[in-house]
Design a protein around this ligand. Structure first.
Ligand code: MRU
Length: 353
C-alpha cells in the first residue's frame, strides 16, 4: 500500500512508525517535500529500485525495514516457514541495486537476527527492534564521523562535493555532508560547491536542496565546471561519500567521482571520502564489484524532455571507481584512514573488535 501525505518537518529520510515505513520521496525533490508510506516489502524494493530512496546507508536501512515488513506480512506459523518467506523477500530486496554494499550488509544483519529468533512472534518483534536501532545508529555513526572529519577542515574552506552523501543518502545528518555540517557546527566558516551530478541530478536536486534547507552556503556548478573551479582557486578541499570501499582503499561512488578526484590531484587539492564501516567490503576484489548500469532515458532526456536523437546508443554507468592514490583520507566513525590504506583500514577494523 502506498499513500502520500505532506508532512512539514526537518529532514529525516526514513522512519519506522506503527508498523509502517515512512520515507521522503526523493524523486519529487526539490520541488515537493513529500513523504510516502509503505506496509509491504515489495513497495520498499520498488522504492529502492526507482530511487525514491537512494544513497548507500539509506538503502541499507531501507532493506532492513523492508525485511521487517516482510516478517509482518508472513502468514507462517513456524520458524522454518517464516525464514523461507524472509529468504524470498531478501532476494527481491537485494536484487534492486547491486553496487552499494550497505544493502546486503543491512539485509544480512536483520536476517541473522531472524535466524536467532525463538519462534514466529519473537522473530517479528526482534527484527522490528533491530531495524529501528539500525536507523538510530546510522544517525549516531554519521555524527561521530562528522566530529572526526571536522578536524580536517579549516576556517574559510570552500569544499567541493559530488552527488548527495547527505541526510538524504542516510537516515539523517549524512556522511560527507555530515562532515560539512559538523565543521560548520564547530564554528568554522565554510562554503560548499555542489556539482549537479548528471544524469539523475542528485547534486542539484538533493545536495543543493538539503544544504540550503539547513542554511549552509552552497553554490551549484555544472559537472563540466569542476576543472574551471579548481584551476581558478575556488576549491580548497573535496569530500564525497562512498557506495563501497575495498580493503585496498579503492572507492566506488557516484559516476564522475573519479574525474573529480583526478582533477583534485592535478591541482593538489585534498580529496576526502566519508563513509561508515558498513560501506567497506573487505572480501571483494575490484573485478567482483558490479557497476549498476541504468536506463538510457536518464541520459537521453532531462525532466521528461528529449535531449538526444532517437535510438542513440547510451552508456550509463551509475558508479565509478577512484583508486587509492587519488585519496587523501577516508573518514569513518572509527577514525580517519590515511595512505597506505590497506594497513590503515585494517587498523580501523581491528580497533572495533
Ligand atoms: O545512485 P545513488 O544516488 O544511490 O548514489 C549515491 C552516491 O553515490 C552518493 O554520492 C554517495 O556518496 C553514497 S551514499 C552516502
Amino acid at each position: 500500500m502506498k499513500s502520500q501525505t505532506k508532512i512539514h518537518s526537518s529532514l529525516r529520510t526514513i522512519e519506522w512508525k506503527n508498523n509502517t515505513v515512512i520515507m521522503i520521496d526523493q524523486t519529487k525533490l526539490p520541488n515537493k517535500l513529500v513523504y510516502v508510506k509503505y506496509t509491504n516489502y515489495e513497495d520498499v524494493a520498488n522504492a529502492i529500485r526507482t530511487l525514491v530512496v537512494r544513497g548507500a546507508p539509506a538503502i541499507g536501512v531501507s532493506g532492513a525495514f523492508g525485511l521487517a515488513l516482510a516478517a509482518l506480512q508472513s502468514k507462517a506459523k513456524s520458524k522454518e516457514n517464516i525464514i523461507k518467506d524472509l529468504e524470498k523477500a531478501k532476494k527481491i530486496l537485494f536484487e534492486t541495486r547491486p553496487t552499494a554494499v550497505n544493502l546486503i550488509w543491512g539485509l544480512d544483519k536483520i536476517m541473522n537476527v531472524a535466524k536467532k529468533g525463538k519462534d514466529v512472534s519473537d522473530i517479528k518483534e526482534s527484527m522490528i527492534q533491530t531495524a529501528k536501532k539500525m536507523a538510530e545508529d546510522d544517525i549516531q555513526t554519521n555524527m561521530i564521523m562528522g566530529k572526526h572529519g571536522a578536524k580536517l577542515f579549516n576556517n574559510n574552506d570552500t569544499i567541493m562535493t559530488h552527488c548527495n552523501a547527505g541526510a538524504l543518502a542516510t537516515v539523517g545528518y549524512g556522511t560527507a555532508l555530515g562532515v560539512i555540517r559538523a565543521t560548520k557546527e564547530s564554528g568554522k566558516m565554510i562554503k560548499v560547491i555542489a556539482t549537479e551530478t548528471r544524469p539523475v541530478m542528485q547534486g542539484s536536486r538533493l545536495t543543493a536542496f538539503e544544504l540550503k534547507h539547513d542554511g549552509i552556503d552552497v553554490s551549484l556548478i555544472p559537472d563540466t565546471a569542476v576543472g574551471y573551479a579548481m584551476t581558478n582557486g575556488l576549491v580548497t578541499k573535496v569530500i564525497v561519500g562512498a557506495d563501497r570501499i575495498l580493503r585496498t582503499g579503492h572507492v566506488y561512488n557516484k559516476i564522475g567521482t573519479y574525474q573529480v578526484a583526478t582533477m583534485a590531484k592535478q591541482h593538489k587539492i585534498p580529496f576526502y571520502v566519508a563513509a561508515p564501516l558498513s560501506t567497506f567490503d573487505l572480501k571483494s576484489n575490484s573485478e567482483d564489484v558490479i557497476i549498476e548500469q541504468r536506463k538510457a532515458s536518464e541520459v537521453t532526456g532531462i525532466a521528461g524532455k528529449k535531449t538526444a536523437p532517437d535510438d542513440i546508443n547510451v552508456i550509463n554507468p551509475a558508479f565509478d571507481m577512484t583508486p587509492p592514490e587519488l585519496i587523501t583520507g577516508i573518514i569513518t566513525e572509527a577514525g580517519v584512514a590515511k595512505p597506505p590504506f590497506e594497513e590503515s583500514i585494517k587498523k580501523l577494523f581491528k580497533s572495533r573488535l
